[in-house]
Unconditional design. Structure first.
Length: 183
């Protein structure tokens, strides 16, 4: 049985001519995850030609954005082919999970697909993503009417994360803001 893998970053656009790419981080410890020479597993669209593993050639932060370069990708053309690729790491084992435990830490893979309920228990939608932000993270909700809405992922607005649902206590009118653009 293979260990569960968690997304630690998603590759964005190329940067420069020598194969660097921007990454959207999904980890709070990028320095440990992306050390030079480290091999990291990938998940990409079938037929994309992206290798199952990439070796980190260099890591740097430019204007607050993390840039990675890989041994297998020497130029901008190769970097363009990586766009959208998910970088994966093994989930913490049961033995080490308690050492690193942060009861308020959640991975996108743990949240996507959970029902979103209001404080009264009424289903308002489904969690369809987690956007990592510089100041705060946002839950991406697909509401029951198909509209996509965003809720700050803070205890004040998301007081409960359970195995099969989250409770979302959105401010009055928040969902209407997303519906207005559709009318």
């Amino acid at each position: 049985m293979s260990a569960k893998k968690l997304m630690v970053a998603r590759i964005g656009k190329p940067h420069g001519l020598y194969g660097e790419v921007t990454v959207q981080l999904h980890t709070d410890e990028p320095e440990r995850r992306f050390g030079d020479g480290q091999v990291i597993e990938t998940e990409a669209a079938p037929g994309s030609g992206v290798p199952r593993q990439l070796t980190i050639r260099s890591t740097r932060v430019h204007n607050g954005i993390w840039l990675l370069a890989f041994e297998e990708v020497p130029d901008r053309t190769g970097a363009e082919g990586l766009r959208g690729t998910r970088l994966l790491a093994a989930a913490p084992s049961a033995e080490t999970a308690h050492e690193d435990s942060d009861e308020d830490a959640f991975y996108e893979d743990d949240l996507v697909g959970l029902e979103a309920r209001d404080p009264g228990g009424v289903v308002v939608g489904t969690i369809s993503g987690l956007e990592i932000g510089a100041a705060q993270d946002r839950l991406v909700l697909t509401l029951t009417d198909g509209v996509t809405a965003y809720v700050p992922f803070m205890r004040h607005f998301v007081p409960t994360v359970a195995d099969d649902h989250v409770v979302v206590d959105a401010p009055a009118g928040l969902y209407d803001l997303y519906r207005e653009g559709l009318e």
